[in-house]
Design a protein around this ligand. Structure first.
Ligand SMILES: Cc1cc2nc3c(=O)[nH]c(=O)nc-3n(C[C@H](O)[C@H](O)[C@H](O)COP(=O)(O)OP(=O)(O)OC[C@H]3O[C@@H](n4cnc5c(N)ncnc54)[C@H](O)[C@@H]3O)c2cc1C
Ligand SMILES: C[S@@+](CC[C@H](N)C(=O)[O-])C[C@H]1O[C@@H](n2cnc3c(N)ncnc32)[C@H](O)[C@@H]1O
Length: 646
């Protein structure tokens, strides 16, 4: 399978067989037993895995499924969880699906099941656009997390990072859908299991049984559902049992930095029941003062669907869901999903953009190419070219987002504002954040550095991060005919909001001037004139207002999110470093970071917060393992050590 096939998602077709059972013409099989979909889900998968007994009073329970289909197994599990007084505090349900249905088809497919109606509606409402990769959806005030992995199971299973407590094997019949039952897949399931993990499937095929047994599962036949006489159920019983990973005992963290990175991490940890001390050197007013600044958020597209594109797609979609959830909980955000148009600029680039986007088959409500005429209609102004159109993208005022996240964190969050962390130190099992006078501001077993460019002063990642000054300009609305949507190209221009058009921005290396200056306004006006040649721009750079900030970027332009490496320990073991991988790299126990968001802080912050909280808690990761590795702050030390440069 080449990389283009991998990123292109082919949705399922909505079809029924003669008995009215959902049917896949692609595989020539039905989605569930003709007798009853919910009945099969309950008998084979829920009861087959010993639920609800096995999850009684667990803190978190994780179900892994092959084949999400119409989601009946998920809905049955969710309903069981709701009905169970001894339900686990948290339920993770991770399901891999190569050919997802779209939302409209799901609504049709769920109609015959009134018993699931309220849950099915929530699932349909939260259903992501059909794009490859992982999508985490939260339900039940976040006590249930559904992580959908859209793509081929053979490709995605090795990329899942989780410990399954129960496994639902629900591909189509093994003779029609061999990939879903292959020995390779069974071996991978065993790697994701721990001693006692149960497995159940409607199939009783010898091949399935043999595959599971060869992978280390003890399997038995038991009565099947409906017309099926037998099914298989079993549990993982490896020859050499591995110890279960220990959950953190003292769930208390310090987060340094209350920008969009630190606010998201704090909120994600607090929502999981952690107490958080958030330390910020700036003053943070309880109600943020009105600001003109707004940042842009949109997906990243590349011809080969590179790591950045895949991770940013996940980040963009997760951020949208988080922000909508904040609003639904009554917290106000100042933002707009007006759409973002990334202009090509010239015909050659237009051709490249068309080729890149058509290879990936994105749904039009996620990303599409629009010709110049259509682009002009969308923007409401004359443009020089067409470009990529992201209808769900837009702009956001970050201070309001930070304030909303801190409120959402609730009483578990203690803020220390106007206090700068001068150093950090280990004291017993705790990390201490110390002020300039040497006094501890807070102490906790977990410390997260979310202090952007200041991070590497406090801990090493064996790599210098690039600080780049940036200035935006605020144009009075009267100075130009503003676009109705966000335009990006050589620079960007936002639609007018609160009387102002935000435009920018400069990239000034080796420049630490914190004040807005004329030269940067002039550069921004020049960019704006290229973007909007007929906007009737009348602004005088000398009179403009603006803002300055400093980006923080790693050389690969990917964020740093995860456990910090113990650089000294790696230095001391240079001889053995060639056999070390990221997973066994020495780490500074309890020390994490969320930094290096470069020019895409809005796209990274929410997903990075969820990723970090998942890593700290030992929850299933919300993105593929190769992407988590690409963001791992240990990546540089490993690379330097292997090249003999540490
Ligand atoms: C001009 C410009 C335009 C941009 N446009 C966009 C855009 O359109 N879209 C987008 O997504 N991104 C944009 N970005 C990038 C975006 O602003 C960053 O990615 C984002 O702000 C990073 O968030 P952060 O929380 O990591 O860092 P910051 O926002 O810098 O927050 C770090 C916080 O840590 C605090 N801190 C630092 N050191 C300490 C310490 N020792 N003790 C206590 N507190 C400390 C700081 O006071 C600060 O509040 C732009 C950046 C610039 C400069
Ligand atoms: C029997 S249906 C699953 C029914 C589902 N569990 C439910 O509760 O509704 C099988 C599913 O496996 C999916 N599938 C088939 N081959 C796959 C593969 N190689 N990788 C991932 N999913 C696959 C199909 O698209 C289909 O949705």
């Amino acid at each position: 399978m080449n990389s283009l096939d991998r990123m292109r998602l082919e949705p399922a077709e909505l079809r029924f067989d003669g008995e009215g059972t959902p049917y896949s013409p692609r595989y020539g099989d039905v989605y569930h037993s003709a007798e009853s979909g919910p009945g099969q889900a309950q008998h084979v998968f829920v009861a087959g895995n010993g639920l609800p007994r096995r999850w009684a009073r667990a803190r978190v329970f994780t179900v892994l499924e092959t084949g999400f289909g119409l989601g009946l197994n998920f809905l049955a599990t969710w309903r069981q969880w709701r009905d169970d007084p001894a339900r686990p505090q948290g339920l993770h349900y991770v399901s891999v699906e190569k050919h997802p249905f779209d939302r409209a088809a799901l609504a049709v497919l769920h109609r015959p099941y009134p018993e699931f109606a309220p849950l099915a509606r929530q699932l349909q409402d939260a259903w992501p656009p059909l794009v490859a990769g992982m999508h985490r959806l939260h339900f039940e005030d976040e006590r249930i997390a559904l992580t959908l992995a859209f793509g081929d199971a053979l490709e995605l299973m090795p990329k899942l990072r989780l410990h399954a407590d129960a496994i639902y094997l629900d591909g189509f019949a093994p003779r029609l859908n061999q990939d879903m039952w292959s020995p390779r897949l069974m071996q991978r399931l065993a790697q994701l299991a721990r001693c006692g993990t149960t497995v159940a499937t409607y199939s009783s095929a010898a091949l399935v049984r043999q595959g599971l047994e060869a992978a280390g599962f003890a399997v038995e036949k038991s009565p099947g559902f409906g017309r099926k006489r037998e099914m298989l159920r079993g549990s993982y019983a490896p020859n050499r049992p591995q110890p279960a990973p220990a959950a953190p005992a003292n769930r208390h963290a310090i987060v340094i930095g209350a920008g969009i990175a630190g606010a998201a991490v704090s909120e994600r940890l607090a929502r999981r029941g952690w107490s958080v001390d958030l330390i910020e050197s700036r003053a943070l007013p309880a109600v943020p003062a009105p600001v003109k600044y707004a940042g842009v958020f949109h997906p990243h597209v590349s011809p080969d669907d590179c790591i950045l594109s895949r991770a940013a797609r996940n980040g963009f979609l997760y951020a949208l869901r988080r922000w909508l959830a904040l609003e639904q909980s009554g917290l106000a955000l100042r933002w707009a999903r007006c759409g973002v148009l990334q202009l090509a600029g010239d015909p050659e680039r237009e051709r490249c953009m068309i080729a890149a986007i058509s290879a990936q088959g994105f749904p039009a409500d996620f990303a599409q190419f629009v010709e110049r005429g259509e682009a002009e209609t969308l923007a409401g102004c004359a443009l020089g070219s067409g470009g990529w159109w992201f209808p769900g993208a837009g702009w956001m005022r970050p201070p309001g987002l930070v304030a909303a996240q801190l409120r959402a964190a609730g009483p578990a969050l203690r803020t220390h504002v106007g206090v700068r962390v001068e150093t950090i130190a280990r004291s017993g099992d705790d990390w201490q954040a110390l002020a300039a006078d040497g006094k501890p501001i807070a102490a906790a077993p977990v410390l997260v550095l979310a202090n952007s460019n200041d991070m590497t002063r406090l801990a090493s990642v064996a790599q210098t991060l690039q600080q780049t000054r940036g200035q935006v300009s605020y144009l009075p609305e009267a100075n130009l005919k503003a676009p109705r949507i966000v335009l990006t190209g050589s620079g960007y221009a936002l639609p007018a909001a609160d009387g102002v058009v935000v435009t920018g921005s400069t990239y000034d290396r080796d420049d630490d001037d914190p004040e807005p200056r004329l030269r940067s306004h002039q550069a921004n006006l020049l960019r704006l004139a290229q973007l909007l040649p007929q906007a009737g721009l009348t602004a005088d750079a000398a009179t403009l207002d603006g803002a300055v900030g400093f980006r923080c970027a790693a050389p690969d332009h990917l964020p740093l999110v995860g456990a910090l490496p113990d650089v000294e320990a790696v230095r001391g073991n240079k001889a053995g470093i060639h056999s070390v991988s990221l997973s066994d790299l020495p780490r500074c126990s309890g020390l994490y970071c969320a930094s290096g968001y470069a020019s895409r802080g809005l796209v990274w912050a929410a997903l990075a917060g969820e990723l970090l909280a998942s890593l700290i808690e030992g929850d299933p990761l919300p993105l593929e393992g190769d992407l988590a590795d690409a963001l791992d702050p240990g990546r540089f030390v490993l690379k330097q050590a292997r090249r003999g440069r540490l």
